[in-house]
Design a protein around this ligand. Structure first.
Ligand code: SF4
Length: 243
């Protein structure tokens, strides 16, 4: 029996996304360009901080990064990838041993289940190779759109718009969307940002969210996007303002 092609469909908006897509206004397009340019100037070197070699390692590292810092994940993965070198090894892992190795990243039982479920699907449906399209990736058990877009963009070089909590929060503050639902934010951002910038844009938004535009309260003093940011509830350091 022939294996399903892993090249079947590239990262594209879903049918639902295409149907609901309305052409953005000129003002919104201009804001998207301005934000993209300002982020590129402020964070020219932003990139994927999760250490990995190849799509499977990135998939596993991204699953581990939920509710956890990239630095913590990077402390765990060298040993993990030494012990489990491919999808078959993860699929066949003793669940308790796997849980123990990833315990420090938090939510380790669920994460171990997701890693093993996705690995089994990869072995059974794709001959052990991580598929390189959004539909197939999001059908792997335990893999959502955010993880799928991280893998597409950073392991396959296929543009994907990653929407995590930082990107969602900043998109609203910067006036790029009013939506809170990550899938709606993703579809709102895609027409505003050049496709070839999607991956870098995600990294830069995350860098900015960590450095200035934090949750729940932004630190707007010195923010390189302040002049183009319409957020009505900016917070400035009073001492810095008084100078
Ligand atoms: S000015 Fe404040 S709210 Fe606006 S992007 Fe900068 S840190 Fe975020």
């Amino acid at each position: 029996m022939s294996k399903p092609s892993v090249k079947a469909a590239r990262s594209q908006p879903s049918a639902a996304g295409r149907k609901s897509a309305k052409a953005p206004s000129a003002a919104l397009l201009a804001q998207g360009r301005a934000v993209d340019e300002a982020l590129a100037q402020a964070y020219p070197d932003a990139h994927c901080w999760l250490q990995h070699e190849g799509p499977l390692q990135l998939l596993v590292a991204t699953i581990l990064s939920a509710q956890c810092t990239d630095a913590r994940v990077n402390m765990v993965t060298p040993e993990l990838f030494k012990k489990y070198s491919d999808a078959r090894a993860f699929a066949a892992a003793n669940p308790r041993e796997l849980e123990k190795m990833i315990q420090s990243t938090g939510f380790y039982r669920n994460k171990a289940k997701s890693i093993q479920s996705a690995s089994r699907d990869i072995v059974e449906k794709y001959g052990g190779q991580v598929p390189d399209n959004l539909d197939a990736l999001t059908q792997l058990r335990g893999v959502g759109r955010k993880t799928a877009n991280v893998v597409l963009g950073n392991a396959f070089g296929i543009p994907g718009m990653v929407v995590d909590t930082h990107v969602g929060r900043l998109s609203v503050r910067l006036g790029l969307t009013k939506h809170k639902d990550p899938v709606k934010v993703e579809h709102a951002l895609m027409p505003l940002i050049s496709r070839e910038h999607w991956v870098a844009f995600g990294h830069r938004m995350i860098a900015h969210g960590r450095k200035y535009c934090k949750a729940p309260t932004p630190r707007c003093t010195g923010c390189p996007l302040e002049t183009i940011c319409p957020f009505p509830d900016k917070r400035f350091d009073q001492a810095a303002r008084a100078k």
